[in-house]
Unconditional design. Structure first.
Length: 208
């Protein structure tokens, strides 16, 4: 997918403003510059960064209500996918985005991006040692599905959703799990890869 095609999807299908697109371009330029010294994203994906990383992260907006106040927890955010992308989109300041990242190098990068682009997200450390409180948990290239469910079960106290960007084995992975009755899920097709899936899990903490 060419960069111009990605930009058209971001603007026309996902409703990024012109101002947000300018911020995305600045973010990508800074990421690629930073990546020369630190391994934030795989070198092999630099040429396809707009499709492989930006659009892949941005498509989560299809499953969020941008007019609602939401607390979003991005686990293992890495270089900020998807959390930074969602924060750039959030022109109405409805999202309280929490970025969980154990790497000090990556946290420094995320804080520099926050200052450079005047964003409002919160940079936190390792999710295993931090408090976790959110309406929606987001995961992209984080842990295996069973570990994500374990974190949800042990650390979250209220009803929530989990949105997980997964590859070709999404259905196989979720079918291997023995989910309790308070977990329900559906699979959505990725717009960046026909064979990849997005797992959306709804969790009712009050149901036994």
């Amino acid at each position: 997918m060419h960069n111009l095609e990605v930009l058209n999807i971001l603007k026309n299908d996902l409703n990024f403003s012109e101002y947000s697109l300018i911020k995305l371009e600045k973010f990508v330029a800074f990421l690629l510059k930073y990546n020369k010294r630190y391994n934030l994203i795989a070198k092999s994906t630099e040429k396809s960064v707009w499709t492989r990383h930006v659009l892949d992260a941005a498509q989560i907006l299809r499953f969020l209500d941008a007019d609602r106040k939401l607390v979003l927890a991005d686990l293992g955010t890495g270089a900020g996918f998807p959390g930074v992308i969602l924060s750039i989109f959030d022109k109405k300041n409805n999202f309280h985005v929490k970025l969980y990242e154990k790497s000090t190098v990556k946290r420094v990068f995320l804080n520099q991006v926050k200052l450079m682009l005047n964003l409002k997200y919160q940079v936190l450390g390792n999710v295993y040692t931090e408090n976790l409180d959110a309406d929606i948990i987001l995961c992209r290239a984080f842990k295996k599905l069973n570990e994500i469910i374990k974190i949800s079960r042990e650390k979250m106290k209220k009803d929530h959703k989990i949105i997980i960007l997964k590859g070709k084995n999404a259905e196989f992975e979720i079918n291997k799990l023995s989910l309790s009755l308070n977990y329900s899920y559906k699979l959505e097709r990725s717009i960046t890869d026909n064979e990849s899936r997005i797992i959306i899990v709804k969790v009712n903490k009050n149901e036994k």
